[in-house]
Design a protein around this ligand. Structure first.
Ligand code: HEC
Length: 488
């Protein structure tokens, strides 16, 4: 695959899968012991530990749930951490949150919670920040640290700080809902990837400017990708219940990604005056990643909401998938042993890098408003850069678009720049897209261990490009806007 055009809004992907979604993990027990062992109080200084803290605030100011912490948790955590939510425990009330105080601090300091893989590194300083960036700021981390140090006190509910609006997880002004056609039961102990083929009933070409996916059963739905199938080929693949198994993609040629979703994500909206086209008569393929809970579960309602853009937009939005090359775009790697570049991640190698360079000559001027990375379980780090041999209009000769240095298949998504369309990176004919994918194909990579175990294997084998669980990818998701006049 080289480039897929997608006449659709770039959207966000992310997911929680496999190992631990229903299991808080061993860290939590010790963490809750820590929190329980300390005595909460609202009075300054009476409940702190002896451990020195890095800010002055904790010693002087009491930091409490109702006064300081609840607003942070509502804004950044409880969208997933609520009863029957995707996360394994609730952080909605003081009673439910207190046992997890130390674990919450630990996860926030490590940057694993809230899940958000984009990061700024020495190699990658994207020119703008990200929309709906859920990461805790330094002030918030300081407050959380002080709260834990003081014994996670409750504070006085009567003078509680106002709570912010929680992130809006529903698309309240959607026009069309596409839903999986039949209930499916999720049982057993293996992750399932099922593709549902649905007719959205579009008799005319339709412009879309916002999308949101909703999990029917949040306990088992961990990740959904939605594709437009213009040819209708997916209809021929489904069994009598309306679906077929699929892992790496929708299992049909020429399907265009329109939405990618994982728990906790806000609706995806294209920038103003940008919309994406779904051709008349297209079917929608929803690829749902199910993670069993250990007891029989049913999903009957997983759905995709679309908002229709009523006018002809000035710009066409698309999600281009660029990468996965074994051709001339693939650069030499350290482990090539046949004298030419090969996409092969040798068994047992902990730090293998594949790089690709795509020179795009035949393109109209583009703006890149969103970007995402995609690999499977062997991947550990991915970087997407832009190189401009003859930069115009004050654009830099090189820039990094995105790096996801702590790659985790379970939390992949697409990231939208928090900037107007005329300020996001510009891409002209002749510019080049650079991809760098790093892999760990050894037993020191827990995802490899798990993926092997699911296939009944106990040692890594060479990994090649492909769509199966134990194959790999190096694929950029690039949300682009093209002036309508250039797109036709
Ligand atoms: C997008 C959904 C989502 C958001 C937002 C989120 N969590 Fe989680 N969290 C999860 C899921 C799912 C798990 C269990 C699976 C895992 O560990 O990845 C989890 C696990 C955890 C764990 C236990 C595992 C670990 O990494 O230590 C802690 C602690 C935690 N979350 C704290 C937080 C805190 C604190 C926030 C807010 C600052 C937060 N989470 C925001 C979904 C979320």
């Amino acid at each position: 695959m080289f480039i897929h055009k997608s006449w659709a809004p770039a959207a966000v992907v992310l997911a929680c899968v496999a190992n631990g979604c229903s299991d808080p993990g061993p860290g939590l027990e010790s963490a809750s012991e820590t929190a329980d062992a300390s005595t909460g109080t609202t009075e300054s200084g009476t409940a702190g530990t002896d451990a020195p803290t890095t800010t002055d605030a904790p010693e002087t100011e009491p930091v409490t749930w109702h006064q300081n912490i609840a607003p942070i948790v509502v804004a950044k955590c409880s969208g997933c951490h609520h009863d029957a939510g995707i996360a394994p425990f609730s952080l909605e009330s003081y009673e439910t949150a207190k046992p997890f105080a130390a674990a919450a601090l630990d996860a926030a300091l490590r940057g694993t919670m809230p899940p958000f893989l984009a990061d700024e590194t020495a190699d990658c300083q994207p020119r703008h920040g990200w929309q709906d960036d859920p990461r805790l700021g330094d002030d918030e981390l300081d407050l959380l640290r002080a709260w834990v140090d003081q014994g996670a006190p409750e504070g006085d509910p009567a003078t509680a700080a106002p709570l912010p609006e929680p992130p809006e997880l529903e698309l309240t002004d959607a026009d069309v809902r596409v839903q999986i056609p039949t209930p499916v039961s999720i049982d057993g102990d293996k992750d399932l990837f099922l593709c549902f083929s649905v007719d959205p009933g579009f008799e005319d070409d339709t412009w879309i400017d916002a999308v949101q996916i909703s999990a029917g059963n949040p306990q088992v739905v961990h990740h959904v990708l939605a594709y437009v199938d213009e040819s209708g080929a997916s209809a021929d693949k489904v069994n009598e219940d309306g679906y077929y198994p699929c892992f790496g993609g929708p299992g049909i040629n020429s399907a265009n990604l329109i939405a990618a979703w994982a728990p906790g994500m806000t609706p995806f909206r294209t920038p103003p005056n940008v919309a994406s086209r779904i051709a008349a008569g297209s079917r929608i393929v929803m690829q749902v990643h199910y993670h069993p809970t250990g007891k029989p579960e049913l999903d009957s309602e997983t759905s995709l909401d679309l908002r229709i853009h009523d006018t002809i937009p000035e710009y066409v939005g698309m999600l281009a998938l660029i990468g996965n090359s074994e051709g001339p775009q693939l650069l030499p790697s350290e482990h090539d042993d046949n004298g030419y570049p090969e996409f092969r991640i040798p068994a047992g190698v902990e730090n293998h890098v594949e790089q690709m360079l795509f020179k795009l000559n035949d393109v109209p001027p583009l703006r890149v408003f969103a970007v995402g990375t995609h690999m499977h379980y062997v991947g550990t780090d991915m970087l997407i850069g832009l190189q401009r041999p003859s930069p115009a209009d004050g654009e830099p000769a090189e820039e990094c678009l995105l790096q996801t240095p702590g790659w985790d298949f379970n939390w992949q998504r697409t990231y939208s720049y928090d900037a107007p369309l005329d300020a996001v990176p510009k891409f002209d004919a002749g510019d080049q897209l650079y991809l760098r994918c790093t892999y760990n194909n050894s037993m020191s990579n827990p995802f490899v261990v798990q993926a092997l175990a699911e296939q009944g294997l106990d040692a890594p084998k060479d990994v090649h490009l492909g769509e199966e669980t134990l194959d790999e990818m190096c694929l950029a998701v690039v949300g682009i806007a093209i002036a309508l006049k250039d797109a036709i």
